[in-house]
Design a protein around this ligand. Structure first.
Ligand SMILES: C[S@@+](CC[C@H](N)C(=O)[O-])C[C@H]1O[C@@H](n2cnc3c(N)ncnc32)[C@H](O)[C@@H]1O
Length: 342
C-alpha cells in the first residue's frame, strides 16, 4: 500500500471510530498485517542496527548471563527462555546454535508479532501458558511498543488523539476518560507547565504485566533506551520520540505513516508502577559482568598472534571491534538493562 492508500485507511478508521488514540495509530502504522512498517518486506539491518544484529558478541554475553543464572537457581533440569520481539536477530537462536550442554535444559519460546523469517513461536506473550521457571528477555522491544500522549493544557492533563483536519492527519485534544491514565498520572511525581507533553507507556506496562504472568519463578530482562517521565517532561518531544527509516531520522509522526519506524524512550518510573525493577545496570556494566573483557582479550590475542591475514584473524578482529561498539558510552554502551526477579 502506498502513502495515499494508508492515509485513506486511517481516514476510514477515524470516520468509523472517531479520533484514534496515539497507541491505536502506532499499532496500525507499525503492525497492520498488510502494510505495517514491521510487516513490509525488509532485509536484515536495512533500517536499524541493534546489539543483537551486530554480530555474535552480544549473544555470547547473554549466554554467560543465562548460564550463571541457571547455576544460581539450582540448575533446574528444564527452564524456559522466552524472547520477545526477535525480528531478524534472535539471541535465543544464537545461544542454541552454540550447541552446548545448556541446550538440553532450555525450552526456547520466540515471540514475534510481525511477519519474520524466524517466526516459529507465538505472536503474543499473553498467549503463553505460565512457565515453571525461566527468563523473559527482550532487546530493543519496549521502545517499539505503542504508547499514548498527554498534554498539560488549561491547567490539566488532556489526551492527544489523532484525527483529520482539512484532509490532513492532526492532533486533537480530548478530556482524559481512561482511568488507567488518571491513575498513572496521579502516581507519577510530575511538575508540568502549560504545554508539557509526556508519553503514557501503555504497551510497555502491559508487556511487563504479561511477562510477570508468563513465569512462576525467574527473571525478566529488558534492554533499551530508558529515561523517566520527569526527564522527558523537561525535554522537547523530538528528544524522546524518534522516527527512523534506512538509518535516517525524522520527528514528524504523521509523515508517510507506516513507512517509518516509531521509537520512544521508555520511562522506568512508569514501569515501576507495575513492578519496581530489582536491578538497573548500563549495558556497559551488564556486558562487563558477562565477561566481555575476556572475550575481547582472547580475540585480540588470537588476531595479533596470526602471522598473516586469514579468515580467522579477520573474524577475531571484527569480534574485538564489535565488542568495543557494544561498550561505547556514546552509543549502545549507555543503553540500560532492567531486571525484575520473581
Ligand atoms: C527493534 S526490533 C528488535 C529486534 C531484536 N530484538 C534485536 O535486538 O535486533 C523490535 C521487534 O519487536 C517486535 N514486536 C513489537 N511488539 C511486539 C509484541 N507485542 N510481541 C512480540 N514482538 C513484538 C517487532 O515486530 C520487531 O520485530
Amino acid at each position: 500500500m502506498n502513502d495515499k492508500e494508508v492515509k485513506k485507511f486511517l481516514f476510514d478508521q477515524i470516520s468509523k471510530k472517531g479520533d484514534l488514540k496515539v497507541s491505536q495509530y502506532i499499532d496500525i502504522v507499525l503492525y497492520n498485517p498488510i502494510f505495517g512498517f514491521y510487516n513490509r518486506p525488509s532485509s536484515k539491518n536495512e533500517h536499524y542496527i541493534t546489539s543483537a544484529s551486530l554480530g555474535l558478541v552480544f549473544a555470547e554475553v547473554v549466554y554467560n548471563f543465562v548460564q550463571n543464572w541457571w547455576r544460581s537457581v539450582g540448575q533446574p533440569d528444564q527452564f524456559s527462555f522466552i524472547e520477545v520481539g526477535i525480528n531478524h536477530s534472535s539471541i535465543g537462536k544464537q545461544i542454541l546454535e552454540k550447541n552446548t550442554y545448556l541446550n538440553s535444559h532450555i525450552n526456547f519460546f520466540p515471540i514475534e508479532r510481525a511477519r519474520s523469517s524466524l517466526v516459529v513461536g507465538t505472536d503474543d506473550i499473553a498467549k503463553l501458558e505460565e512457565q515453571e521457571i525461566g527468563i523473559v528477555f527482550c532487546n530493543e522491544l519496549l521502545d517499539n511498543l505503542a504508547f499514548d500522549l498527554v498534554r498539560f493544557d488549561d491547567s490539566r492533563w488532556k489526551e492527544i488523539k489523532i484525527g483529520f483536519q482539512n484532509g490532513h492527519l492532526a492532533e486533537v485534544l480530548h478530556e482524559i476518560d481512561d482511568p488507567a491514565f488518571l491513575y498513572s498520572l496521579s502516581k507519577l511525581d510530575l511538575k508540568p507547565t502549560e504545554g508539557s507533553v509526556i508519553p503514557i507507556q501503555t504497551g510497555a506496562m502491559e508487556w511487563l504485566r504479561n511477562s510477570l504472568k508468563a513465569i512462576k519463578k525467574g527473571t525478566i530482562i529488558a534492554i533499551d533506551y530508558f529515561s523517566s517521565t520527569a526527564e522527558m517532561i523537561n525535554k522537547t518531544i523530538d528528544q524522546w520520540l524518534r522516527m527512523y527509516r534506512h538509518h535516517q531520522r525524522i520527528s514528524n509522526i504523521f509523515f508517510q505513516p507506516s513507512f517509518w519506524d516509531i521509537t520512544v524512550d521508555v520511562a522506568v518510573d512508569q514501569l515501576s508502577l507495575v513492578k519496581k525493577p530489582t536491578q538497573i545496570l548500563t549495558q556497559h556494566q551488564f556486558l562487563t559482568q558477562g565477561s566481555i573483557m575476556d572475550l575481547i582479550k582472547d580475540a585480540k590475542t588470537r588476531w595479533i598472534n596470526e602471522k598473516e591475514i586469514t579468515f580467522e584473524s579477520l573474524k577475531n578482529k571484527s569480534l574485538a571491534l564489535e565488542a568495543q561498539a557494544l561498550l561505547d558510552f556514546s552509543g549502545m554502551g549507555s543503553f540500560q538493562v532492567l531486571r525484575w526477579v520473581k
